[in-house]
Design a protein around this ligand. Structure first.
Ligand code: NAD
Length: 684
């Protein structure tokens, strides 16, 4: 899974809980076991070190790093057995995942819950290799935080049917029984009075106690031939659970021997005490259990690779389930050498000179679009995403203003496909079940229809011109374009002409109107039904979008624009730079592009224009581009020769004067297709 440069995801405890609930604990553990098996099987790929530990009288604090060629991961974890008396867990953890090529962090995650999951999954991975297949009974000694996860993993994935429970704290066993009774209705739960009683008749013995001492939870005398010991609780110097005599008679398996010799049960044994690392058994290079009567011990201490696997696994799963939050952890810099820009007033970064790697695009009238362009007009008569009615009449107003004939006049081959059909606008209230958005189901239906129509025309080698409708429909059209670009290996670049950023998320939207959230949806934020129309998300990366003409942007939107590193030329930039310089900079990322490998999509909201010249739109904001500026903007887009698809949205004839806005739009669209005011190039 890849992040955009600078994008850091956050997986909170709440999100991890939701993920477990959505996927189901057993299924999640099953996937995690398989991911662990895969990573342990490529053992030599990892740069491994024993963890770094700082000991205090009551506990330990540890850092656990590991890396392969693609990622670096670390976990911070503590172990303070007396913490529950203070009302906090013994074990608390968090961790991060970094890309190895750039070192950029991509995920900061809770790891307290995830540690319990990965520890249980690792126990299962070991027991699959080491315990007798016929194992049905497990003793579970130590009934604290980890115990439910161990129990559920062994029951769900290894067929354990009976659990024998013991803890020196009877209340811990009460809690475990209570929790397991609802989760494991068919499983026999036996409370025992001692560890010895719990071990009797068990096929597998899991010890998961917490005491900073060399304890003897299980003695040699308690062991029976054929038992498998899953010793989880002994995991740092001076903190062990087993009678050392057990190790002498057993076959002992560890995660990473150099670390286990310091921290595991084998700290009691000489340096050359024979152990087998799990990966060797997984790959069939060393034997696991050889006889039914063998006593096997998995001396678990918890190794950084397990957290690496868990971080990557949970990250991918949380992305699928849209449970990640963006984290503003890294500075978003337009010029990576200008850290100081963070301290400048917020408007200044937008006005910075173009980064040095961008070239201003020379004025290229010879690149005017070929007159044989095959255009398909797709009417989308809905205002389902807007706050007021009227944009549904936009397609017909454009037809009345002779859009089709005006383009034919310029030599285009035009097919008007008529209007798409979709649900009517009942103007429903906000719907808490669907992100507190209005008309959610209807908007999804319309966007799906737009997606399919636009994608069909692109597949047929035609240029779709979507006649909206409100701006929520850009989710459908741009998702289709993104899908087409991915299928054909083209680079997508979207120019978004608008007075608004349309970058609210369902959570931040003040109105719940979906025409305020399309950029967020296209950036992967929002309900899955809208973010995944392309079949993947996000449809648009930050390098693929440039917004021009903004002048009404909410604070939350400004934040998202920054964190998503989106290029913005607001009205102040246009005032200061002029439209020509603005467009040169906006189009600079397309300089030197191979036209056969590049697709430029224009999403043109009519409220981009100054209301003086374009009153026929629902969300006018004073101070937009005037006629000449708008025309130059369109001509310079045409000059790229890269235009591949267009949205025209938010034209509202109900608010217009004698269809003048529609006529202006037709005029401007003509400029996109070669109608030029150019008589002589100013550059000679
Ligand atoms: P916890 O404090 O929530 O629970 C520990 C339980 O052990 C408590 O209920 C306590 O009463 C009980 N206990 C202590 N001494 C006992 C004894 N002599 N006999 C029976 N019960 C006893 O801790 P937790 O989060 O469940 O963690 C348990 C242990 O697992 C800790 O030692 C922790 O360091 C270890 N751990 C290991 C790994 C790993 O990968 N190997 C991962 C996570 C936790």
């Amino acid at each position: 899974m890849t992040n955009h440069p600078g994008q850091v995801d956050f997986l909170s405890t709440d999100a991890a809980v939701l993920l477990v609930q959505r996927v189901g604990l057993t299924e999640l553990l099953r996937g995690l076991v398989s991911a662990l098996e895969q990573d342990f099987s490529r053992w030599e790929d990892f740069d491994k070190t024993a963890r770094l530990a700082q000991h205090t009288p009551d506990g330990v604090m540890e850092l656990m790093p590991v890396a392969d060629a693609s990622h670096f991961a670390f976990k911070y974890v503590n172990g303070h057995p007396k913490n529950p008396q203070l009302g906090i867990p013994s074990i608390m953890a968090f961790g991060a995942l970094m890309r190895a090529d750039t070192g950029a962090p991509i995920l900061l995650s809770e790891l307290t819950l995830t540690t319990a999951l990965r520890t249980a999954a690792t126990s299962v991975m070991a027991a699959k290799l080491l315990a007798r297949r016929s194992s049905r009974t497990m003793a579970l000694i130590g009934n604290g935080s980890q115990s439910e996860f161990q129990a559920l993993a062994f029951v769900g994935l290894l067929g354990i049917q009976s659990l024998r429970l013991f803890d020196i704290d009877a209340a811990a066993t009460d809690k475990l029984i209570h929790n397991l009774q609802t989760q494991l209705p068919g499983v026999q739960l036996q409370r025992c009075r001692s560890a010895a009683e719990a071990v009797q008749g068990a096929d597998i013995v899991t010890t998961v106690t917490a005491d900073k001492a060399n304890a003897t939870i299980v003695s040699r005398a308690m062991m029976q031939p054929g038992m498998h010991l899953n010793a989880v609780g002994g995991d740092c110097p001076g903190k062990t659970e087993l009678d050392a005599a057990i190790l002498l008679d057993a076959k002992v398996f560890v995660e990473f021997a150099p670390q286990s010799r310091i921290e595991g049960e084998i700290q009691h044994m000489p340096e050359d005490f024979a152990v087998t690392e799990l990966w060797q058994v997984l790959r069939g290079e060393q034997a696991g259990r050889q006889h039914e009567d063998d006593i096997t011990v998995f001396d678990s201490v918890g190794f950084a690779l397990e957290d690496y696997t868990a971080l990557r696994y949970m990250h991918a799963l949380a992305q699928q389930h849209q449970l990640l939050q963006p984290l503003a952890l890294l500075p978003q810099l337009r010029n990576p050498k200008n850290l100081f820009e963070l301290l400048l007033p917020p408007e200044v970064p937008y006005h910075d000179p173009a980064p040095t790697h961008c070239h201003a695009m020379p004025f290229q009238p010879d690149l005017l679009r070929s007159p044989s362009t095959a255009l398909s007009l797709i009417g989308v008569p809905t205002d389902i995403g807007a706050g007021r009615l009227g944009a549904a009449m936009g397609p017909d107003a454009l037809r009345v203003a002779q859009l089709g004939p005006a383009l034919v006049e310029l030599g285009c081959e035009v097919r008007d496909l008529g209007n798409l059909a979709g649900p009517s606008n009942q103007r429903k209230p906000r719907d808490a079940e669907h992100g507190d958005l209005r008309n959610f189901g209807e908007a999804v239906a319309w966007n799906q229809a737009v997606h399919d129509a636009v994608h069909g025309e692109l597949d047929a080698g035609r240029m779709p011109l979507m006649l909206g409708g409100d701006h929520s429909l850009a989710v459908g059209s741009i998702s289709a374009v993104a899908r087409h670009c991915r299928d054909t290996g083209k680079r997508l670049f979207v120019l978004w002409l608008d007075a608004h950023a349309d970058f609210n998320t369902p959570e931040t939207s003040p109105s719940g109107n979906i025409h305020g959230i399309p950029v967020a949806c296209l950036s992967g934020l929002g309900p899955r039904e809208l973010t995944h129309l392309a079949g993947f998300a996000p449809a648009l990366g930050p390098q693929s979008l440039c917004q021009i003409g903004l002048r009404s942007v909410d604070a939350q939107e400004k934040h998202l624009i920054k964190t998503h590193n989106i290029d913005v030329f607001d009205m102040r930039a246009i005032d200061e730079l002029g439209m020509r310089e603005t467009m040169l900079r906006a189009l600079a990322p397309l300089a030197d592009c191979d036209p056969s490998q590049t697709h430029l999509h224009l999403s043109f909201d009519v409220d981009f224009l100054d209301p003086e010249i374009a009153p026929g739109t629902g969300t006018t904001v004073r101070g937009g581009p005037n006629y000449r500026e708008a025309q130059l903007c369109m001509e310079m887009i045409a000059d790229t020769g890269l235009l591949g698809s267009i949205d025209i949205v938010e034209l509202n004839p109900a608010l217009d004067l004698r269809n003048q806005t529609a006529e202006l739009v037709v005029d401007l669209v003509q400029s996109l297709f070669g109608k030029s005011t150019l008589v002589k190039n100013v550059q000679g």
